[in-house]
Design a protein around this ligand. Structure first.
Ligand SMILES: *[C@@H]1O[C@H](CO)[C@@H](O)[C@H](O)[C@H]1NC(C)=O
Ligand SMILES: *[C@@H]1O[C@H](CO)[C@@H](O)[C@H](O)[C@H]1NC(C)=O
Length: 499
């Protein structure tokens, strides 16, 4: 046999009880002998039984079920020893009998059984056509199997694989993978021959859905979703989502890990949109600190202060005249830097969270601002320090942000901030597949940045690393420690920009 179908399964259709073979042997007796041989993996032995059975078909006596089974099982036995052409003929015989005779059948259960066998015959026919590289015929056979049996997930999955792997029809493949996924996940349906390891199959399907979507990922390309075709979303996001789901079903799905890392590197939506961040935190405002600190085990704010202390003299820290806490949230980090800040300004995009900050820590900030930090830096220049814990993770491309830090800071002013570092796995994948990567959009919608990239953008804006520390486990996500890093940068003399 040549190539295997994507989900090749071979099984017996109907197990007729082995009747004692009488001297006047019928088609049904030979079907039974063939099936017994097939079930014992004696495929070559099964073939003559089926041949004999087919010879003895008596159209007056033998039911359509027996005729369909003989041809279909004969086909299976033939294809299992590599006789694809002959197997295809047997499946076609079965389907012809079915088409010619099904309308004459009255009894519902009988009709159902016949249709089920015909769907299998058509499914098997699709697989032999695939082996024979007759891909358009395979498409027809799989499609017909799905028409006969709408719950035949394996036909649809194989159909998708033919579109995808052999015909480069990515849109059609995508639709078919999605249908297979729906059949397997819709609790209202009973998939025909449900897979033994559904999570593995679902992971494979999501992986392939991701591949089809990411086939053409020109920047800013939008994809329509089936359930809401009027609101297209970013294709990259959809693909990312599919790979992430593939990993939820099967954490060992290495190709998905790899795709997820690659697709999210240097993602072109260079910055999470202000609307996204605002709504994230507006919705979240009242429970913000609780869920951040208690549920996510967030310690970044405290640890940034420890890093700061190590960068300076902990016993004798400098006093900064004018400090902006960028993305201040409820004031966790502001509190940490209060005693080194003469004038402390809290800035956040979310008004709701500023309200929470003032409730929780009424005297913390000298001033608060609702708005975009990049605008506030420039408006409040010259600043002696900018502090940002866990807020630059919403920027992918850091260039505009660092440009505004440079404009806002006085010469010799400091920026103390945290960023996320990619996971070890991602780092390895990226090093291999995209060695010049700069940042990665993570499944949580935030960005993780490469250390060298951060340093390089800083340098371009006359911001130089005074101190760097890894910040592992500053937050937990699904029980996993998130890797991060902390940077203390200092702005050089004006006029020394590399820009
Ligand atoms: C300043 O505040 C930080 C954070 O709360 C604290 O760790 C440090 O001990 C304080 N320093 C002084 C001199 O009070
Ligand atoms: C992640 O952190 C480690 C320090 O623990 C650092 O060596 C490495 O360069 C960082 N990786 C990236 C991609 O920034």
């Amino acid at each position: 046999m040549s190539t295997m179908g994507f989900f090749r399964i071979l099984f017996l259709l109907l197990q007729f009880s082995a009747l004692g073979v009488s001297c006047q042997e019928t088609a049904e007796d030979f079907l039974s002998l063939g099936d017994t041989a097939l079930s014992q993996d004696e495929n070559a032995k099964a073939i003559p039984y089926y041949q004999e059975g087919i010879k003895r078909i008596d159209p007056e006596e033998d039911s359509l079920l027996i005729i369909l089974s003989l041809h279909t099982n004969h086909g299976s036995a033939l294809s299992s020893i590599g006789k694809d052409q002959e197997a295809a003929e047997q499946y076609q015989h079965a389907l012809t009998h079915y088409a010619n005779e099904i309308d004459d059948i009255v009894e519902e259960s009988f009709k159902r059984d016949a249709t089920e066998i015909a769907a299998q015959a058509s499914f098997f026919l699709g697989m032999v056509y695939q082996d024979l590289k007759q891909f358009h015929d395979a498409v027809e056979a799989y499609s017909y199997a799905h028409v006969l049996d709408p719950n035949h997930w394996a036909s649809v999955a194989n159909l998708a694989a033919v579109y995808h792997d052999s015909l480069s029809a990515h849109q059609k493949a995508l639709a078919a993978y999605q249908t297979a996924y729906e059949i397997l996940t819709d609790t209202q349906r009973t998939p025909t021959d449900a897979p033994e390891e559904p999570r593995y199959i679902l992971s494979q399907l999501q992986y392939r859905i991701g591949l089809c979507i990411s086939h053409d990922l020109s920047p800013n390309k939008k994809c329509a979703m089936d359930n809401d075709p009027d609101t297209p979303v970013s294709c990259k996001e959809l693909a990312t989502n599919a790979f992430a789901r593939a990993l939820e079903y099967d954490p060992d799905n290495e190709p998905s890990k790899h795709m997820l890392a690659t697709i999210t590197a240097d993602a072109t939506m260079s910055r999470a949109s202000n609307t996204y961040i605002k709504s994230l935190f507006d919705d979240y405002a009242e429970n913000f600190e609780h869920s951040l600190v208690q549920e996510l085990g967030y310690t970044g704010y405290e640890r940034l202060r420890r890093v700061f202390d190590r960068a300076f003299q902990p016993e004798d820290p400098p006093m900064f005249q004018k400090v902006v806490d960028a993305g201040c949230g409820t004031g966790l980090v502001g509190e940490q830097f209060r005693n080194v800040s003469k004038h402390l300004i809290g800035v956040d995009l979310s008004e709701a969270i500023i309200v929470e900050a003032q409730k929780a820590r009424p005297n913390l900030y000298d001033e608060v601002r609702v708005g975009d930090v990049t605008e506030v830096f420039r408006a409040e220049a010259p600043l002696s320090m900018i502090v940002a814990a866990d807020s630059y993770i919403y920027f992918g491309d850091l260039d505009p942000l660092f440009g505004s830090m440079k404009d806002g800071l006085a010469s010799g002013g400091y920026a103390a901030f945290t960023l996320e570092n990619v996971s070890q796995d991602s780092e390895e994948s990226l090093t291999e597949s995209k060695p010049d990567w700069r940042w990665q959009l993570t499944a949580s919608g935030r960005f993780a940045h490469r250390k060298e990239y951060v340093m390089e953008v800083g340098k371009r804006h006359n911001l130089h690393v005074k101190h760097y520390e890894p910040l592992h486990g500053f937050r937990y996500e699904r029980g996993e420690a998130v890797r991060g890093h902390a940077f203390i940068m200092v702005k050089g003399e004006d006029g020394h920009d590399e820009l």
